[in-house]
Design a binder for this molecule. Structure first.
Ligand code: MIG
Length: 640
């Protein structure tokens, strides 16, 4: 059962779209929580309670004992001392000895979740504003309570996005492909290495001076032609589109947007400027319906060329600096010029320089014109910006009748964004700890509706090595979004560059062989509001060992994943909650099957192999590999 409690005068976020909930009476107290004066919510936990949810967030599957902040942030350092990533997903579940419930705080401002850092027995949720809806969800099925609560929640936030079929294939990306020839070479090398591929991504370098809806005609002399050249090879080109619009006289989108009032403004009515990749830029007011329509329709520039896939970046929105912020730095610089700085003043200066990126002051500097005519400061609705950028695009595709054939995913998101497209997990690094983090994030993202998701395989920042890449592939082989992406300046990581070609090829082939199964599980999760990836404790709630497992997941109801997440390991220990079948996909393409008893096992997993475990009566369907999804025959399956 779901009950909605109203505090103050909340803005409509469109997170909840199905009103299968009861409205609480105006003096009805919130269950489970004690309210403190300023709107802080306190819940007393017992020592064994577990906390799940929060979508795109740091730490493990059980979110207990840390602080998280819902505040969409361009955060390229996913370290344990960070509070926020790109998404703001205010849904949390308590799997308690005493209580089992879920809470969704529909509040697009900053929300702080202390799950036991300050006091290990206290769950404390603090809000920066005073307007919000709180949804409290209690299970109807008390045995599979977590599954049931997340299903009820997913029901009211609406069906998750389904991408076109080819978007389940493998994609290659890199911030650094500059010309058509760069991309041709990538494809050529994939063909030579006999590794399947469906997508090649174009990062910001395809644009003319990082201007959205332009193509640099020196690097791509005839984009339309190039798109069809790639299409003939069954390759989809997927360009990036950023949130900021270059402030430049004569740039059509900028001029038109100014005239038609499309950009966010400061309180004095002037247009807000902030610098991103194009230099000084302005920001479309995606919270406004007419602006969304305007922006979304601009994608015709690409779709007319035959482009049918997109990723939206920098839409937290990321702001490198504003003119006001930069002035603070230049003023201070002039002030200290030639002076003998003591250390305190030096650090003060360094602090000012580093504080101008994504600064709270800038986020307070501009406002949105909502559809109901009201004007609201950005700070109060910050977390809605990225979602509404993707919504603009998705609604335009719907209007055009091309939504089902077009891929779209975003970096920033709020709950509700899952209806419009997917998200990727942002700028991770080629760190073993991030491989584990990205694996653990999958179920939390699913709980918040994001099924089309995955991480930059191999890691975005820093340098990969072959062992890490092979282990990462063995995880991403199961994630709906399967993309290899890396940052400029890092070691190149296209799969054909590795020595163990047989190993990487085997895993990507396996991806294509598994697609009937993966797509089936995907559609089940979408249609039944269930989790594609879930913690073991959701499926085995009576098993105390399962409660603690942080490095295994269930894929659907029948498959257990226990990938190797550590380096220098020839294998790992795996815990099986029941008797299961081990299915081993060998490096040579053969499959070996063994029966394993419930309990602990030591498992050998050579690099390039993938091992999964299935429940007793489950049969896994496999098709024959092909070099892309279009050539795959998913009806011609064998069953294991
Ligand atoms: O400030 O477009 O997360 O995937 O390659 C960095 C360049 C901007 C951040 C994205 C990343 C992308 C990069 N972008």
């Amino acid at each position: 059962m779901i009950k909605r409690f109203t505090f103050g005068n909340p803005v409509n976020t469109d997170a909840v779209v199905v009103n299968d909930y009861k409205e609480a009476g105006s003096d009805e107290p919130l269950p489970f929580f004690k309210e403190e004066g300023d709107g802080t919510l306190i819940y007393k936990m017992t020592p064994d309670d577990r906390i799940y949810g929060l979508g795109e967030a740091l730490h493990g599957i059980n979110k207990r004992n840390h602080v998280y902040e819902s505040w969409c942030t361009d955060e390229p350092q996913h370290n344990e001392d960070k509070l926020s990533l790109y998404g703001a997903h205010n849904f949390l579940m308590v799997d308690g000895m005493k209580d089992k419930f879920g809470i969704f705080a529909d509040d697009p401002g900053r929300v702080r979740w202390d799950t036991g850092e300050e006091d290990r027995d206290i769950l404390k949720i603090s809000f920066s504003g005073s307007d919000r809806y709180i949804y409290i969800i209690t299970p109807d099925d008390t045995h599979y309570a977590m599954k049931d609560i997340s299903r009820q929640f997913r029901h009211i936030i609406g069906k998750s996005y389904v991408p076109p079929l080819w978007a389940f294939g493998y994609g290659q990306s890199r911030w650094g492909y500059k010309t058509e020839d760069d991309i041709r070479k990538v494809l050529e090398n994939y063909r030579k290495a006999d590794i399947p591929i469906d997508m090649i991504y174009m990062d910001i370098d395809y644009m003319d001076h990082y201007k959205n809806f332009t193509v640099d005609s020196e690097k791509f002399p005839d984009m339309k032609n190039f798109v069809s050249e790639m299409k003939k090879e069954n390759i989809h080109l997927v360009p990036i589109v950023d949130a900021g619009i270059k402030e430049e006289k004569g740039y059509e989108i900028y001029e038109e947007g100014l005239k038609e009032n499309r950009f966010v403004k400061k309180e004095d009515g002037t247009v807000f400027t902030g610098a991103v990749w194009p230099g000084r830029s302005v920001f479309p007011d995606f919270l406004n319906r007419n602006t969304r329509l305007w922006f979304g329709r601009k994608y015709k520039f690409y779709t007319d060329m035959g482009i049918d896939g997109f990723w939206n970046d920098m839409n937290e929105p990321a702001i490198f600096y504003s003119p006001e912020g930069l002035k603070k730095v230049t003023d201070k610089t002039l002030e200290i010029q030639g002076k003998n700085l003591d250390i305190d003043s030096y650090f003060e200066y360094v602090g000012i320089v580093s504080s101008i990126k994504n600064s709270e002051e800038d986020y307070r500097r501009f406002c949105h014109a909502l559809d109901d005519g009201s004007v609201v400061n950005h700070e109060k609705v910050h977390n809605l910006y990225g979602m509404n950028m993707m919504r603009a695009v998705s609604e335009a595709f719907e209007e055009e009748g091309i939504k089902e054939d077009t891929l779209i995913f975003s970096r920033a998101s709020y709950i509700g964004a899952h209806r419009y497209g997917g998200i990727w997990q942002g700028d991770n690094c080629s760190f073993w700890s991030h491989l584990k983090l990205n694996f653990q994030m999958m179920p939390s993202l699913n709980m918040c509706g994001f099924i089309y998701t995955g991480a930059d395989t191999g890691g975005f920042g820093w340098n990969r090595n072959e062992e890490l890449m092979l282990r990462w592939l063995a995880v991403s082989v199961f994630t709906p979004l399967f993309r290899n992406h890396s940052a400029m300046g890092t070691k190149e990581q296209e799969l054909y560059r590795f020595k163990d070609i047989q190993g990487v090829r085997n895993i990507v082939w396996l991806r294509y062989r598994l697609l009937p199964f993966i797509i089936n599980e995907y559609m089940k999760a979408v249609n039944e509001d269930t989790l594609m990836f879930s913690p073991l404790s959701f499926c085995y709630p009576e098993d105390p060992r399962a409660w603690e497992i942080e490095d295994e997941l269930m894929l659907g109801d029948n498959v257990l994943l226990a990938p190797v997440l550590e380096e220098h390991a020839s294998g790992r220990y795996v815990y099986l909650p029941e008797k299961m079948r081990e299915i081993r996909f060998k490096r040579d393409g053969n499959v070996e099957i063994a029966e394993l008893s419930a309990g602990d096992h030591r498992l050998q997993v050579p690099l390039g192999e993938v091992v999964i475990f299935t429940r007793e009566n489950f049969r896994l369907s496999l098709c024959r590999p092909a070099s892309n999804v279009a050539e795959l025959d998913m009806d011609d399956v064998t069953y294991l």
